[in-house]
Write a protein that binds this ligand. Structure first.
Ligand code: TGC
Ligand code: FAD
Length: 396
């Protein structure tokens, strides 16, 4: 049975056990189907080659933009103003193909565009958002630094006022899309606290270099950034926020997308596991006839179904304006953890073939290790929840 046939078998069986799509509204399903089409027709056929070649296929950006997926949850400025649930469903479909493509819409829409949308002036929004929604301009979001990304409060990058300008000096690490970005949202410490700046990447002193040697997220780009006395005018500052509340508010958006996205990676793995359990014959019959195999499939179904329902619940909360950062941490910690387990169990069920790229599973496993680390590691989200429950911050 080909991998595609196997996925189709798994898809039918999974949908009959848990018809998630039926829980979405017609509008949400419309967005979901658009993203599913992009994932299946444009990403899945090339992703194994791109992952192997460490290639980010930039030519897909206009297609994704044409479907309205960039900054789709933002109102106005060329953005669709779709619901949070619709955006979540899109993240799930893209990550069912590869986490790198969900990260692409996250960095562009949830981080760079959200920062401008939340904290930018009318002029800044009009200047950047329509071109970012159309994919003409790619954005990046520079918060993490080489030392201790978990603790942005220790930020060393500094912005110093010089007349009507700001001069930014420092370095950032792991910044998605930076080498192809036209604009960077850079967070820097100042005498008054952390501030955000919209930095065109052709500004003298700005340099982004892709990080090499990645064994995860190989079909996407992350960079080191050096800021060597980068000079921007006061009009480039995101003037309506000072302090870490600024970048952290954007992280809420991206973490929310991850809660959904990783269930896409989990769904693909579970579909493979179901298909393979019916097609792989050992000891004279399909491995799906072993009780041990069925126990694994049942456990994976439980966690996939719970994770997808949790994502949907958070989506409905967000659409009602009631989603809290604590709830987002519950979703990020749980869903990434369970997606990693589902990918690992499926890989083992595939036997030796599971370590090849004949199946999408080991690629998802590797990607999910990166997802576990970014947007707050699992340890950090556990500590956020511990603080919420006890009132005691145990970060240091
Ligand atoms: P803390 O004292 O807790 O807070 C400082 C100020 O921020 C406010 N705040 C928040 N505001 C909005 N949303 C949240 N989730 C917020 N969390 C905190 C807080 O109210 C306070 O405001 P104010 O006005 O009183 O000053 O700050 P802390 O330094 O103790 O934070 C601790 C901790 C560990 C929670 C925080 O440092 C943290 O979350 N660390 C993880 C860093 C992280 O997640 N980085 C992600 C970088 S971007 C990325 O990874 C992109 S990956 C690509 C993709 O998304 O696909
Ligand atoms: P560290 O902070 O050095 O953590 C190392 C280990 O220590 C981890 O296991 C961590 O859980 C643990 N640890 C840290 N603090 C504590 C504590 N208080 N208690 C217990 N354990 C602790 N950043 C951006 O700004 N923009 C991006 O676009 C972006 N994209 C990314 C894409 C990828 C693929 C990756 C891998 C990262 C990306 N990041 C981005 C950075 C990401 O947010 C950081 O990697 C992450 O926040 C962790 O920081 P760190 O890697 O420096 O690990």
């Amino acid at each position: 049975m080909s991998t595609l046939d196997l996925l189709a078998t798994g898809e039918t069986a999974l949908a009959s056990a848990f018809d998630f799509d039926a829980l979405l509204t017609e509008e949400e399903r419309g967005w979901q189907q658009r993203a599913r089409r992009v994932a299946r027709e444009q990403i899945m056929p090339v992703i194994e080659d791109d992952f192997e070649a460490r290639h980010f296929r930039e030519e897909l950006i206009p297609l994704i933009a044409a479907e309205g997926l960039l900054g789709m949850h933002i109102q106005g400025y060329g953005c669709a103003g779709a619901s949070a649930t619709a955006y979540g469903a899109v993240c799930l479909e893209l990550e069912a193909a590869d986490s790198g493509w969900r990260t692409f819409v996250s960095v562009q829409g949830s981080l760079a565009m959200s920062a401008i949308s939340k904290f930018g002036s009318e002029e800044q929004k009009n200047e950047w958002l329509p071109r970012m929604a159309s994919g003409e301009v790619i954005g990046c979001f520079g918060l993490t630094e080489p030392d201790g990304g978990s603790d942005p409060a220790s930020m060393r990058t500094r912005a110093v006022r010089d007349g009507s300008d700001w001069v930014i000096t420092g370095s950032k690490r792991w910044i998605g899309l930076a080498s192809i970005a036209g604009v960077a949202v850079i967070w820097a410490n100042t005498d008054e606290g952390v501030m955000g700046f919209i930095v065109p990447t052709d500004t003298p002193g700005f340099e982004a270099t892709p990080i090499q040697g990645k064994l995860a997220m190989r079909a996407s780009i992350q960079c080191d950034i050096v800021l060597d006395a980068v000079r921007v005018p006061e009009s480039a500052r995101l003037a309506s926020v000072v302090g870490l509340r600024g970048p952290f508010s954007c992280l809420n958006e991206a973490r929310y997308g991850i809660v959904w996205g990783v269930m896409g990676a989990a769904r693909t793995c579970l579909q493979v596991a179901i298909g393979r359990s019916l097609s792989r014959e050992v000891f004279g019959g399909a491995i799906g006839r072993f009780q041990i195999t069925q126990q694994k499939l049942a456990d994976m179904l439980l966690e996939y179904e719970k994770g997808a329902l949790l994502a949907l619940h958070l989506g409905r909360q967000k659409d009602a304006g009631a989603l809290t950062p604590t709830q987002i941490s519950v979703g990020k910690l749980n869903n990434v953890r369970e997606a990693i387990r589902i990918a690992g169990t499926t890989r083992a069920m595939l036997g030796g073939d599971g370590v090849t790229n004949e199946f999408p599973v080991m690629r998802h496993m590797a990607n999910l290790e990166a997802v576990r680390t970014y947007e707050g590691t699992d340890d950090i989200h556990a500590l956020i929840l511990g603080r919420a429950l006890t009132g005691i911050a145990a970060f240091s």
